[in-house]
Design a protein around this ligand. Sequence first.
Ligand code: MG
Length: 273
Amino acid sequence: MRSLISLILAFTTLVVVDGALYAQQQAAPQTARPQTAPPATPKPQDTELWEPVPKVVTPGAECKAPPSDAIILFDGNNLDEWVSAKDKSPAKWIVTDGVLTVNKAVGNIETKRAFRNYQLHIEWKIPANITGSGQARGNSGVFLASTAPDAGYELQVLDSYNNQTYVNGMAGSIYKQSIPLVNPSHKPGEWQSYDVVWTAPIFNADGSLRTPAYVTVFFNGVLVENHFELKGETRYIGQASYKKYDTAPILLQAHGDPSEPISFRNIWVRELN
Ligand code: MG
């Protein structure tokens, strides 16, 4: 009986205390309400920004044509903007009829200029008579930042029209890191394009990573990489990792596989720093 009475008393206390708290909570808004004037009625103008005014840039006649503020890296005439990645000597790939073709004998070439953040347009073509399969069928690459003679961040170039390989190594992939969202490849023999937005990684003074690299890629006008966060520099074997750099050239890969060489044309870049 005693325990029953105790239980009833405890329950009654709980109800009373809880009720008091509830009453306080109900009363609180009246005592805590700020004595300020009601906000003015929002106007459309409150959310309008009028500066800074974006500078005027004349677009190209077609989307693939360079806009007025682009740096022309290859317009079909010469390789003045390019050097050998190995020894910085003049680039010795083949320029014929406005087209740049890989010369496997001399290896990779890279831009003389170094870049941080940019927008890049580049067109490439797998030869119509391509042979081989997998990674040995039209392999090249655009290293979005060439951080050493054989290191950097590779956007893969490959015949992926009808060519099975690992999907994080097909055209439109960040090699061994990302699978393109779709496969918009044209047939070998047809020109294809990449439009890239590259956001370079930022490093702390001690070399540790502050913010990773991001890339957005349109492949033949179709989104295949959507602000993809990179894991680091491309690795053929092993996991990607970052290494501190500030600015870096853009590199074109002479892969050296036995298939016919790849061609490029109409290469331009807009710095976004
Ligand atoms: Mg490659």
